[in-house]
Design a binder for this molecule. Structure first.
Ligand code: PLP
Length: 296
């Protein structure tokens, strides 16, 4: 497997009429170009776990996720590249046919352990596993080490001129990392990809260095809920690709860009705003859609 290529990361200007007509400069940080399979922000969230494996000598990384989890996929690939063992605790019974995400993870040597939903919710680790020899990363890479890693994604972009940074938000780890790293005058906003996940601001705040800040998270752009999609979202992603040549994923970055488009239409951003969107990757998740749904 190819190694990661941070030097491929670019910041692309989005010259779309909805933005340009309102005097909005909108740029996109293309973390999707880091690696063909280790999806964007997941590598950043994992990097300190991988370093801990090197410094502590613990050679196995255990983590949690669902059948289409970008985090499971990225963890399996990153461990494979770094010569580490990976264990994935997977939500739900083992299906007759594994998702392509889990097939890939298995091919890269991840041990997949399926657990019922109740045990999964409690993040139980099966007793047969010797916990003393493990590093454990939270679901989605959530945790201080994940946030510290995510903060370093801003090393690939000069953020000083921006007024706003927006990203898609699942666990809040990436948003916390960004808030910890960028100048305090920049408005950072997370677009929640889940329906009514109102614990998210608090989960994010717990990872902030300055705990007096309350993260700004918008809850109206989930398109039906986590990993759900609407015909208008898929049509929007195809349009966006036609206009910019940039592929997005339907779980995270498609919802982010559609949200920003709708916010711009409602004149949410003052004229002259300079907005940075984080393309956090996740394109592998599109393989769960039926062929031909997306034009890219
Ligand atoms: C996991 C993921 C996110 C969410 O990141 P959090 O740190 O969990 O909020 C956003 N975008 C993509 C593409 C992801 O895979």
């Amino acid at each position: 497997m190819e190694n990661i290529h941070p030097e491929n990361i670019t910041t692309d200007r989005l010259l779309i009429p909805v933005f340009t007509e309102r005097d909005l400069q909108v740029d996109m940080l293309r973390l999707d170009k880091l690696h063909p399979v280790i999806s964007g922000n997941k590598w950043f969230k994992l990097r300190y776990y991988l370093e801990q494996a090197k410094t502590t000598g613990l050679r196995t990384l255990l983590t949690f996720g669902g059948a289409w989890s970008n985090h499971i996929h990225a963890t399996a690939a990153a461990c494979y590249l770094n010569g580490l063992q990976a264990i994935g605790i997977i939500r739900g019974e083992k299906p007759a046919v594994l998702s392509t995400t889990l097939q890939d993870a298995g091919n890269w040597g991840m041990q997949l352990i399926f657990t019922d939903r109740a045990s999964y919710r409690e993040k139980k680790i099966p007793e047969c596993i010797d916990q003393a020899s493990l590093l454990i990363a939270g679901e989605g890479g959530y945790g201080p080490a994940g946030a510290a890693g995510a903060a370093t994604l801003l090393d690939y972009c000069n953020t000083t001129a921006y007024t706003h940074i927006l990203c898609a938000t699942g666990t809040g780890t990436m948003l916390a990392g960004i808030m910890n790293r960028c100048a305090p005058h920049i408005h950072c906003t997370g677009i929640s990809v889940m329906k009514n996940n109102f614990s998210l601001p608090e989960a994010t705040r717990l990872l902030l260095q300055d705990k007096s800040r309350l993260p700004s998270i918008l809850h109206d752009f989930h398109e039906g809920g986590y990993a759900r999609h609407t015909p208008s979202l898929l049509a929007f992603m195809n349009d966006f690709y036609t206009q910019t040549g940039i592929p997005t994923d339907f779980v995270y970055t498609g919802k982010l860009v559609k949200a920003v488009h709708e916010l711009a239409l409602k004149n949410h951003f003052p004229a002259g705003s300079k907005i940075l969107l984080i393309h956090s990757g996740g394109l592998q998740g599109n393989s769960s859609l039926s062929k031909g749904t997306l034009i890219f």
